[in-house]
Each structure stands twice: as C-alpha cells, then as structure tokens.
Design a protein around this ligand. Sequence first.
Ligand SMILES: [Zn+2]
Length: 432
Amino acid sequence: MYWDKEIETIDRPALEALQHKRLKTTLQQARKSLHYDRIFKEVGMDPDAVKTVEDLEKLPMTTKEDLRDHWPYGFLAASRDDLVRMHSSSGTTGQTTIVFHTANDIDQWASIVARSMYMTGMRKSDVFQNMMTYGLFTGGLGFHYGAERIGALTIPAGAGNSKRQIQLMRDFETTTIHIIPSYALHLTHVFEELAVDPRRDTKLKRAFIGAEPHSEKMRKKLEDFYGFKSFNSYGLSEMCGPGVAFECPAQNGLHIWEDHFLVEMIDPQTLKPVPDGEEGELVLTTLVRDGMPILRYRTKDLTRIIPGPCECGRTHRRIERIKGRTDDMMIIKGVNIFPIQIERKLMGIPGVGNNFLIVLERVDFTDLMTVKVEVQREYFMGDLRQLEALRRRIVEELKSDILITPKVDLVEPDSLPVSEGKAKRVLDNRKD
Ligand SMILES: [Zn+2]
C-alpha cells in the first residue's frame, strides 16, 4: 500500500531531522542564485550557520512578484548546462513565472507524483489517460512522468477533444484519468450525447482532479456520474507542479510531502504563523531542488492543517482542500466571498446544470453581483413558474451562505463559455 513505506510513515523527530539536513543543503544551493545571495547578505544570514528550522524565519518570504522581478535567471542556482527542462505557471493571475529543473529535480518530482498515485491504489496494471494540457503547464508532464515511474501504460491524451477522449477510454480500457473538475463536469454532457454510460461502458475506477479549487459536492457529483473514486491533487509550478500534496484513500485531506517541502501556515495579513487547525496561507520551501530552490514561498492558497493522525498511517501532515487563492477572493459590499462558496451551494440544488459564471459590476458606486447559472433544459419548456421557483431557491440558498443577495440569471445548458483549462468563474467588470 506504500510506495516508500519508510519515508511515508517516518516518525516526526526523524522527519524533522531530515528536513533540517535538507534545509541546510537547500540554503547552500540557494546562495548560488543572484536573488538569494543578495537576500542572505541583506539579512546577515550565513547558510552554513543555520542551526534550526526556526532560523529560517529571519528570511523574508518569497513572492510571485520576486520571481517576476528576477525574470528569467535571477533565481537560478545551477549552471545552465545542467538544466534539462523549464516550466511556467499557468498565469491564472497576471504574468507567468518560470521554473527551471535539473535532471535530478525531474527525478525527485516524478518520485513524489508516483508516490501520490500509488497511494490511491494505482499500479502498473492500470491504464492512465492524462487529460491535462501538456507543454509549459506542469499538469501534463508532471503526471506523465509519475505514471511512467509506476510503470502504468500512459496515454498522453492532452486536453480537449471530448469525443476522442471517450473513444480512447473505451478502446484502451482506461482505468485512471487526470482531469480538471469543471471539464469533467462538462464531459458528462458529451457522455450523455453519445449515450455512453461510464459506469457500464468504461473501466474507469479512479480520477485525479486538481488545478482548480472545487467543493466536496462537486466531487460527489462526479463520483456519482462516473462511478470512479476521485482524489484531490494539489501542486504549483513554483514548487515543481502536481505532487506537492495528494489525497489518500481516506479522502479526508491531502498529505503534504514534508520530506520535499517545509510547510508554514501564516496569517496573510500579519504574516504571523497560525497554529495547526486554523486557516491561513500556505508557505512552502523546497527541500530537494537543485536548479531553482525557493525559500518561504507565499502560495496565496488558503487552507488549514488538519490536526491529528490519518487512518492510513502516513505521518506527513494533511492540508484541507484549498478554499481558494487570496487572489480569488471577491470583496462585494465589504463582504469577502470565494467562488467555491457559490459552487458548493449550486452543486447541492437539484435542477442546476454544470456551469456557472459570476459577473461583478459597479453601478452608482454600488457593487452588483450576478450569478449566471446553467439549469437543466426541461426548465425552459412548458410551465415557466418552475423556472422562477428554482431561481428564487438559488437566490435564497446563496444568500444564506454569502450574506448578500445576488442577482441570479438562469440560462440554458452549454450557453456559458467552457474552458479546457482552468474554469473562469468570475468576470469582474468593476472599474475603480
Ligand atoms: Zn492518509
């Protein structure tokens, strides 16, 4: 059941000793980059003299802006001859950032992706269809290398081309897929259109879903339709890509691989640490990377550490599914709202379809929020009072959670734009 039992069930003191040793190596390596050499001098830190992990707190945190400001080689800590690959962030918000990898970095990355997949039960007898964008985005090649490391037949299907995806699944008896949740939901339409029932007509048994925040209700909806078990995947290109944290069969939080990453949880406003159990922003330090070590990186992802041991026996701490990025937070009439709150409510209402879009406007200095929701086609036929009743119900349910009253527009299935990559949930038309 373990890919690497010794490391996955390592006791805390041994894990901390390992982290400390790796941190020292990481700091020495980081000093070879222009950026960290300057930072170490500024704060008067000698990487060789670092005694404890706590010493790290003397260092300022690294932000996405730092990475951008040092484009393209300011964080590079290895010789350019030793690099074998580059990736970039998907550029969800603003300009992209670049990360370089040596052969060893790629090897380390593949090992934690393989560890993660193996944890969910995937074996070499499985057939893995990777429905993520290949290229600079890490979701394609990251999973690809992990699956090959396990020895599973890997189909690099890439994103999109829905009918062909279904054909591949059927012809090659795919058991495991990697897919973006909003796209998985969209694909249910295509299955229905082709009269293919994934439970009856495919061999699917597990899915890895990630790259965008999604709710537990969304997971249940996907599991019900496809008949697979779905596992949450978390990663970011600055740390490597997928494989940073992954759900185990207990499906209750994601084990963050602490032999590869040093975890801090902070209050995003005060930057002070928050205790296990409390929500904060995840801050990560790479522990095994040569090409481009990154220290105390502010991920902008909001989550919390789930206290206590996991029933699966792994000792690496768990993070809760990502609530959202600090960047995703909408402030409407002074209330903080995350798109995932809207999703969670919508997915629990019968009649609601597979897609929605939040539109923000400012009229006469007042914020207006409109939620456009796709609903099942039958609501647009015959008695329109049913449609109005559904609309009112959605308004009430949303209001109960987000505390403001949104305008709700109901639209026909497939009328909102579908993305093959990360779903765009918010259209902010407010002008300051
Ligand atoms: Zn577990």
